[in-house]
Design a protein around this ligand. Structure first.
Ligand code: ZN
Ligand code: ZN
Length: 340
């Protein structure tokens, strides 16, 4: 079976791998569609913490069950499924509080510990597999990963109907956050440096969009937020200066939610204002099984449409050139979906 292994930074190689013997609780899932995630671009450049070559990347997948272990009860061959791409123990204090996403036992799909979806199949324990209803197609399902990152972040910020929120960065996570904030009834504003991304944000229902690459737009954004403060600000692009900016933009009692990774995470913020105005600075990492179920439900109900995020559909054999173009930051590329 064909797999595309990142053998060293900037280089994929096609390898043939055998179908493995399944453990009793495992499921073999044939890959139908898989998206390329920003975290994988970091891995491609050789600077990701856990996704270290040689590695089979790929976690934004939709697939179908091909074989099941002896103890698997909830699934049968042919079932259409997605996988929550992070393991958890189910027993620690965080798991017991429903915070599976911050369990210490976390292993991620698309690492050396758990080979990913850039190939013919993956193997997953049953407890991480979620069924797809007929109403959710494979392409949309492959977008569930970024969608649920946005869903979790919006839940962290406790966004309510009528809230004014800003999203700094209009990549696939920023646009997903926008879609979910809209379903929560928020008025949404978004920033980016790419025109195409902002145009898509507007078609997805953003009330306003700021192109911060244009001269004068940064100060205009800050002034605009000062005139009418925001209830929540989401940081989805890893630009260090956005953290103090977001804390300034958010109003008294407002929430700043950090979803992005920063190259230099040691960032100084104005703690006096944070203290006296009860502003909250909150991290948001991946999502839980409950978030994933909610994401699937939103897609099935047609409450959100993720399809505008798909920029291109490619054969997995073209993976090398797809990564080269994404790594170069090509304008207009948001999500590329690969088919094995
Ligand atoms: Zn991802
Ligand atoms: Zn745990």
């Amino acid at each position: 079976m064909k797999f595309f292994v990142l053998t060293e930074p900037f280089r994929f190689e096609m390898k043939e791998l055998p179908v493995p013997e399944l453990k009793d609780d495992e499921i073999l899932i044939t890959i139908k569609k898989v998206g390329i995630c920003g975290s994988e671009i970091t891995a491609y450049r050789g600077v990701h913490k856990y996704r270290i070559p040689p590695v089979i990347l790929g976690h934004e997948m939709a697939g179908a069950v091909s074989a099941i272990g002896r103890d698997v009860r909830r699934f049968k061959e042919g079932d259409r499924v997605v996988v929550k791409p992070h393991t958890f123990c189910g027993k620690c204090p965080n798991c017991l509080r429903g915070e599976q996403n911050i369990c210490r036992e976390k292993k991620v799909l698309g690492s050396r510990e758990w080979p990913g979806a850039f190939g013919a199949f993956i193997v997953s324990p049953e407890y991480l597999v979620h069924a797809l209803p007929d109403a959710v197609g494979n392409e949309e399902a492959a977008l569930l990963d970024p969608l649920c990152v946005g869903l979790h972040a919006v839940r962290q910020a406790r966004v309510q109907a009528g809230d004014r929120v800003a999203i700094l960065g209009a990549g696939s996570i920023g646009l997903s956050t926008l879609l979910i904030a809209r379903t929560a009834g928020a008025e949404t504003y978004i920033t980016d440096v790419k025109r195409t991304n902002l145009d898509i944000a507007k078609t997805l229902g953003a009330t306003g969009a700021f192109n911060v690459a244009q001269e004068g737009e940064g100060p205009r954004l800050d002034q605009w937020a000062a005139d009418l403060p925001l209830d929540a600000v989401f940081i989805t692009a890893g630009v260090e200066s956005e953290v103090p900016r977001a804390l300034k933009m958010v109003g008294r009692g407002g929430r700043v939610v950090v979803i992005a990774h920063f190259h230099n995470p040691d960032i100084s913020v104005d703690m006096f204002t944070l203290l006296t105005q009860e502003k909250r600075l909150q991290g948001s990492i991946t999502y839980t099984g409950l978030d994933l179920d909610r994401g699937i439900h939103l897609l099935a109900q047609k409450a959100v449409d993720v399809r505008p995020l798909i920029s291109e559909r490619r054969n997995m054999g073209e993976i090398q050139s797809c990564f080269e173009r994404l790594s170069a930051g090509e304008e207009g590329l948001i999500k590329i979906l690969l088919t094995p």
